[in-house]
Structures are given as C-alpha cells and as structure tokens.
Write a protein that binds this ligand. Structure first.
Ligand SMILES: Nc1ncnc2c1ncn2[C@@H]1O[C@H](COP(=O)(O)OP(=O)(O)OP(=O)(O)O)[C@@H](O)[C@H]1O
Ligand SMILES: [Mg+2]
Length: 362
C-alpha cells in the first residue's frame, strides 16, 4: 500500500496542529488549527507563536524541554485563546520533530466534549456515593428518632393541653423525617426488575386509579391511548412506581384544579445506542402531560439527579428513581417543559416475540 504524502496527512489531521521553529515562530499550521484558532495559515506563518495565541501555560519552557530531551510532553487542562474569542480549555501535546530537532509539533485537543462526558460520569458516581451516605445516615437516624417520638408521647401524658401541642409537634416532625428516611432507604434497596411482557395500559390504569383515590383526588386524568400498542418487557410493579411518581409530580405542579393527560403511541423513529455500540428501537411511547407552571429553570437540567428538588418538602428522589428504573428497563426518559405544558416521555422497547407466552395479566 502506498502511504499518502505527508502533506496530505497533515491537512487531514482532525486535531489542530502547529509546527514551531527553533525561535518559537509558526512554520506550519494545519486546516483544523486554522479553523479552531480562526486564523489563516497565510497570516500566521513566520509569526511568533505567543503573539498570536494566548496559552495559559509556560510553553516556552515546555518547548525547550521537548527539544533537549527529545521526548513528547503532555499538558492537560490549559486555556487556549486567540484574543478574539473566549479561551477554551484544551489538552496540549508537544513533540520534537525527528528530522529537525529544534522544531516542535504542538497538538491542541479541545476538552469541551471530553470534559462534559467526563462530568456526566462524575456526577453519576458522586450521586452514587451521596446516596450510599444518605442510606447509611437514614439507617442510623431512624432508631434514635423512634426513641425521641416515644419519649415525647410519654411526656405528653403528664402535660396540659398547651404543652401537649409542643409534644405533638415533636411527634409529627419525627414522623415526617422517618418517612423521608424510608424513601431514601427504598431508593437504595431497589431490586433488579423481574421482567415479563407487560401491557403498559394495565400499568397506566392501575396508577391512574390509585392517584385518583389519593394525591390526585380532585384532578382530571385524561386517557389518550393507542389500544393496539404491543407489550413491553418489564417489571409491572416498578413501571407502576414510575408512572405514579410522574403523576405525583404532575399533580403537585398543576394543583387540584389541574389536568393531567396520559398518552400512549407508537413511534419507530427513536433508537438508542448502547454502550457496546449496538442499537435498539424504543417504539413504545408513554407520556405524562400536565398543565402546571413548568419545571423551574434553575433546576431543569438536573431534575433526574437525586436530591434535586424545587419543592419545599421534596426529597428530590422521585425522578432519580424513575430514571434508574427506566434505564434498567433499557428505556429512555425525556422531558419537555414550558409554562402550561410539561411532558415527561418514556420510551420503551418491545417485548421479544418468544417472551409473549409469559404475558403478565394484572
Ligand atoms: N410535572 C412537573 N412540573 C413542574 N416541575 C416538576 C414536574 N416534575 C418534576 N418537577 C420538578 O422537579 C423536581 C424534582 O422532582 P422529583 O420527583 O425528583 O423530586 P420531588 O418531587 O421534589 O421529591 P420526591 O418525589 O422525592 O418527593 C420537583 O421538585 C419539581 O420542582
Ligand atoms: Mg416527586
């Protein structure tokens, strides 16, 4: 095989690259670097590098070391600016050039994307340890709380009505904390889903009925279903929990006079790419739509993270649980919110044909 000419490789390189001479002047700059730095090769060739680029690192020193040691150096997380644009965080590589030891090659990789992906992982593991910690605390705090409530109840027996109000307050507040702690514990105890083919409408019906006799008692919950929707493969109880959590949030946002719409439909266009690179269609769509004021802008980007709540008494675990369950069902959840219309959409895979003999009827 014939290798392409070095010039072709240079101009096809998808990473911004600059060749620097022994005087730290720009000898060559590839098209990616022209684009990234927003300067033309013509205008920059022969110019001192440091007059054209603001790099927040002792590059002269680094170049000198690369030249003397004849080895490549890496510098991570450096701000690179051109004077006209806000600096961008980059990773740099500086390599000596074999044939011309006084020259160095400078490669610039913008960190933006890598940084963002890294951050998502980081958030996930931070959330995990926050949950682990909260679980441990929950367990430790519940026991003494039972003691406190018990002692307050004993105290109440010997008190007049006025003071009894205070002991009742203690009992009520401890109960509230216990409830909250139980929610935290439940989050940690989620078992893996037991998947069977499920008709999603059975799940929606159950959740709707339960909401209408409970937290959504005076609300209207409309049904807008595509009855021909085939079954998904899932854990009916966990999916019910998902729908209940979404209904609860919708009810809390829209208030007693609000309206919630449950909608199902088939849409083959959505596919997800898994970590291993394979793709899967998620054609079953379930939407929970409310006419409340919408998700507060300051938390909108983080609502699926644990402990993020816009409500005074919220634990912020509802949607974290929802997203955990949906991801264990190989599904996807998204949200679209403007004042007056908030839509949470869950997309789920089809139950494989061979599994249908175990169809669960609930
Ligand atoms: N349908 C909705 N409309 C407006 N805001 C919403 C809606 N659903 C969720 N939110 C916002 O997202 C936040 C996070 O929701 P999440 O269910 O995770 O926690 P929570 O409801 O605050 O507490 P918990 O569910 O644990 O009792 C809510 O506090 C609320 O501010
Ligand atoms: Mg909630």
């Amino acid at each position: 095989m014939n290798l392409p000419a070095p010039g072709i490789i240079w101009s096809s390189l998808p990473i911004p690259a600059l060749l620097i001479d022994d005087d730290d002047r720009v000898l060559e700059i590839n098209p990616s670097a022209e684009l990234f730095l927003n300067i033309s090769a013509r205008s920059v060739k022969g110019q001192p590098l440091f007059e054209r680029l603001a790099i927040d690192a002792p590059l002269e020193e680094i170049f000198a070391r690369a030249r003397t040691n004849m080895s490549a150096l890496f510098i991570n997380d450096v701000d690179v600016g051109t004077g006209e644009r806000a600096p961008i965080s980059c990773n740099l590589q500086v390599a000596p050039v074999a044939d011309a030891p006084s020259h160095v090659l400078l490669l610039i990789s913008p960190r933006e994307l890598a940084g963002r992906l890294g951050r998502a992982e980081h958030v996930r593991s931070a959330a995990k340890s926050a949950i682990g910690m909260a679980e441990m605390l929950a367990h430790e705090i519940k026991n003494p709380l039972a003691g406190i409530a018990g002692a307050a109840q004993l105290l109440a027996m010997g008190l007049g009505p006025e003071d009894r109000e205070l002991t009742e307050l203690i009992v009520e507040e401890t109960r509230r904390i216990v409830k909250l702690l139980e929610q935290v514990e439940q989050f940690g105890n989620l078992r893996p889903p037991e998947k069977k083919p499920v008709n999603i409408h059975d799940v929606l019906d159950r959740a709707r009925k339960s909401a209408l006799v409970g937290f959504a008692a005076h609300m209207t919950i409309l049904e807008d279903y595509d009855p021909s929707l085939p079954p998904t493969l899932g854990d009916a109880d966990q999916l019910m929990q998902v729908v209940l959590n979404l209904l609860k949030n919708a009810a809390e946002a829209a208030g007693p006079s609000g309206t919630i719409r449950l909608r199902t439909f088939y849409d083959l266009s959505l596919r997800v790419r898994r970590r291993d690179g394979s793709g899967q269609a998620l054609p079953l769509q379930v939407e929970v739509i409310d006419d409340g004021p919408g998700i507060p802008a300051d938390i909108a980007a983080d609502i699926f993270e644990p402990f993020v709540s816009g409500r005074e008494n919220g634990t912020g675990l509802g949607l974290a649980l929802v997203s955990k369950i949906i991801s264990e069902h190989d599904g996807w959840i998204g949200v679209d919110s403007v004042p007056g219309r908030t839509t949470f959409r869950i997309s789920l895979p089809l139950a494989p044909k061979e599994s249908l003999k175990d169809m669960e009827v609930i």
